[in-house]
Design a protein around this ligand. Structure first.
Ligand code: TYM
Length: 332
């Protein structure tokens, strides 16, 4: 089976629809066809300042949500990044192969450091994509299911894998980004040309999976659309409406064409009301199951430790090979 690795940051109290539709939904389906490794990337979550109590809570919430949406520890390896020390170890090696200019060109770093003020941004934020490359290469992943915003980080990962292989001999699988076009970029409900983002969007622009469906219904109702009346899929002319159609289609399993046909003669209000209903039905069991997993943190932590142990078996093999190739002494 081809190998998969992906990760998500525990930087919010809930995943938003962009995280779920752009990435996590594909994690669930790939469990059936691939050898899958999924991690909650807590090392990445400390690059922009954090509170320890909040981080610990969010790490558990992230893991609980992943289980609630359908990750099955019998089928995939689910773990927390900091419990597998090889991630930080390989990141150091890769950072020595990354050009300063190359890292400086990462657009997510440029955006985030601009928001924080260039002087205040941490070195960890700068080297973030290198740690992400280590996450992926440690597992010899063939495919990495992510949203469109991760494409540049995946390109860097591929470049680093190829560079290492050329300099020191074939060591890493060169991974492919796995990006599903229709849901690759779910946009902000208030600003439909920008991505829905936990760090950049206003609360009104984000739908959180664990939020009260009544609150989400209000956000959908006040989502920015255009002044037209006709329900058409046209991302250029009608970005807000088209985003709602994408979300509706992904959550209901109905194609966009089917939806457009079903809403002939109806208005934006009808579509928004129905979408809110579909969303409420979708999130209800996820909210309940998440709470269930969080009610027993000891059991959840146990499950994550087992995942970390499974992950380490793979990660340590790759790290040992890497250390050997670059000329570090083997443990005697
Ligand atoms: P993060 O935690 O920001 O987001 C998790 C996943 O959600 C996707 N995503 C979106 N997809 C579609 N539309 C959106 N509006 C949207 N917003 C977020 C992201 O593309 C991502 O797939 N750097 C990564 C975490 C990471 C990682 C890794 C990913 C660390 N190591 C190794 C893959 C492999 C990140 O910040 O994701």
């Amino acid at each position: 089976r081809p190998r998969v690795l992906s990760g998500i940051q525990p930087t919010a109290d809930s995943f938003h629809l962009g995280n779920y539709l752009g990435a996590v939904r594909n994690w669930v389906t790939m469990q059936e066809t691939h050898d899958t490794f999924y991690c909650v990337v807590d090392l990445h979550a400390i690059t922009a300042g954090h509170d320890p109590v909040v981080l610990r809570r969010r790490t558990r919430v992230a893991a609980a949500q992943l289980l609630a949406v359908g990750l099955d520890p019998e089928k995939c390896t689910l773990f927390v990044q900091s419990q597998v020390p090889e991630h930080a170890q390989l990141a150091w090696v890769l950072s020595c192969l990354t050009g300063f200019g190359e890292a400086s060109r990462m657009t997510q770093f440029k955006d985030k450091s601009a928001r924080q003020g260039a002087e205040r941004a941490s070195v960890g934020l700068f080297t973030y994509p290198i740690l992400q490359a280590a996450d992926i290469l440690l597992y010899q992943a063939d495919a990495v299911p992510v949203g469109e915003d991760q494409r540049q980080h995946l390109e860097l990962t591929r470049d680093l894998a190829q560079r290492f292989n050329t300099l020191f001999g074939a060591t890493f699988t060169v991974p492919e980004a796995y990006i599903v076009r229709d849901t690759a970029k779910i946009t902000d409900l208030q600003d439909p040309t920008s991505k829905m983002s936990k760090s950049a969007s206003s609360p009104a622009g984000i739908i959180e999976l664990l939020d009260d469906p009544a609150r989400s219904a209000k956000k959908i109702k006040s989502a920015v659309t255009d002044t037209g009346r006709e329900i058409l899929f046209d991302p250029e002319q009608k970005p807000g409406l088209s985003n709602l159609l994408k979300i509706y289609s992904a959550l209901s399993g109905r194609t966009i064409d089917e939806l457009v046909e079903a809403y002939v003669g109806k208005g934006y209000g009808d579509l928004k009301k129905d979408l809110a209903g579909v969303l409420a039905d979708f999130v209800r069991p996820i909210r309940e199951r998440t709470t269930g997993f969080l009610d027993d943190p000891a059991q959840l932590d146990k499950l994550l430790s087992i995942g970390a142990e499974k992950a380490r078996a793979v990660a340590s093999t790759t790290l040992r090979a890497t250390y050997d190739r670059i000329g570090f002494l083997a443990e005697a």
